[in-house]
Design a protein around this ligand. Structure first.
Ligand code: DC
Length: 216
């Protein structure tokens, strides 16, 4: 096993501001930004694209295991290519939004994604966003944050993006699944982003990272 680099974990529910915060935080720290949800989305899109029913757990797991999933960094951000296709433009399609919670609850799918994320940490300092980063994927990192916002604010943010996304249903599914559910890791610091700007949240996280000894 190679040297494990520093990892800042950013977990939280849908539309909590995780992605914007994690990307900007990574830029400020000079770390790479890894979006784990995008990998679950890519696997979901690939299976649907191949004509597989979103409820067919067995075939989805088989397809994900057979696919060549290449996770690289591009401009210091995670980028996925799956069976030589770049799914970037499709990751927020309605049908992906609708099926991704179910696909991400399949243990064999989670195994693939977790392996890919740990691989990134062998070569880079990372800011990783997701649902189970501090609790399951990198439980030993001391740098864990749980970002949240009120449901009203989160719904407004998604609507402003012009997206049809049933975030309340997705959160319910993500929080209640038996493996690696969305939880607040016991040693995570909670930040409510409802009334903060992205820069405000990033400043707060950097201040707390310094307090807990990250040299930046
Ligand atoms: O962060 P996002 O909304 O793009 O994530 C899409 C879905 O992927 C989310 O509804 C649940 C799943 N996910 C997960 O199960 N674990 C993660 N670490 C990240 C995302």
């Amino acid at each position: 096993m190679g040297h494990i680099h520093r990892v800042v974990a950013i977990d939280g529910p849908a539309a909590s501001g995780k992605s914007s915060v994690a990307r900007e935080l990574a830029r400020r720290l000079g770390f790479a930004y890894v979006n784990s949800g995008a990998i679950y989305r890519a696997i979901t899109w690939d299976a649907l694209q191949k004509g597989i029913d979103g409820r067919d757990t067995e075939r989805i797991a088989q397809t994900a295991e057979a696919a060549r999933i290449s996770c690289r960094l591009q401009n210091n951000e995670s980028h996925i290519v799956i069976d030589d296709v770049d799914p970037s433009e499709h990751l927020r399609d309605d049908r992906v939004n609708k099926n991704v919670s179910r696909v991400s609850s399949i243990p064999r799918v989670r195994k693939i994604v977790v392996q890919n994320m740990r691989q990134y940490a062998r070569y880079n300092d990372l800011v990783v966003e997701g649902r189970d980063i501090g609790s399951v994927v990198f439980p030993k990192t001391p740098y864990k944050f749980y970002v949240d916002a009120s449901p009203e604010v989160r719904l407004r943010r998604r609507a402003a993006e012009g997206q049809r996304d049933e975030i309340i249903m997705r959160d319910r599914a993500d929080s209640s699944r038996p493996i690696s559910p969305l939880i607040v890791a016991k040693d995570a610091q909670i930040i409510d982003t409802s009334h903060l700007t992205i820069e405000g949240v990033v400043n707060e996280i950097i201040a707390r990272l310094r307090q807990i000894g990250l040299s930046i």
